[in-house]
Design a protein around this ligand. Sequence first.
Ligand code: SF4
Length: 316
Amino acid sequence: MEFPWGHHRRFNAYADYFRKQFGERVQKLSLDAGFTCPNRDGRVGEDGCTFCNNDAFNPSYCKPEKSVTQQIAEGIAFHQNRYRKANKYLAYFQAYSNTYGSLEDLKNLYGQALKYPEVVGLVIGTRPDCINKEQLKYFQELSQSHYIILEYGIESCYDKTLERINRGHTYQQAVDAIGLTNEYGLKTGAHMILGLPGESREEILDEADIVSRLPLNNIKFHQLQIITGTKMELEYKEDPSQFSFFELDEYVDFVIQFLERLNPEFVVERFAGEVPPRFLAGPGWGLIRNDQILNKIERQLELKDTFQGKLYRTKI
Ligand code: SF4
């Protein structure tokens, strides 16, 4: 059976979407352009999100030593020596808030990436409160010739949770940022954390319906993990009972229920996060890799004879 996304996999998978979009494998190159974060530097807050690792955070005076140009040159050289070679790349501006700067800065940094003919586009990770019309207009111009996607950290659809994790923005701000980005004809992505403290399983599942109404192209999910050096680690040590972690098999079943309710047009980029065990300060799933989790999810989708969007209703 072929699904609406044009292949036989039971969810709208990123790898297949990309192969269709570009006609070949495209490699993402993760870059750190030295941006900072308004939830750290005091503009919105100073303590950051409770799940974010303080130690890993680069303060504004500590810019990455390598320019974007150099990082891309090295990234391409690295990937060209690998077995699964790619000829096309997406520059992935992942670290911190990659629109938190002046338009001139953005033009300089993104311009460095797009000078490479192999770089066919930009993936720009940022916060919903960190985007403006001037920037969107610039990205709109770039999108005439390149693949451009703005990825927003939504994390939760509930303000009570966003407050609790000290996110520094509301869900409505995420809705507005994604809506505005879409109005500029730009692609949008979102990141969600499943299992945040204070949310019942039903509430998390309802998020599938809530985010399905957004004009999103791509979505990524992470299970909640407690990372060393975070405020959440302290909260967990103080009172573990306020957390309700997913066991691996429970998570697989849960993700399937979530997928059934999710908008079938959303391309799913990932279902789970991987953190080296030494950074885990709470329960984990051992050394299982993301591709193994993905296999489990696909096997269950098959066994249950279900698929992404099976229970999706356009007007909820
Ligand atoms: S998770 Fe992102 S927005 Fe939150 S404090 Fe860390 S860098 Fe800032």
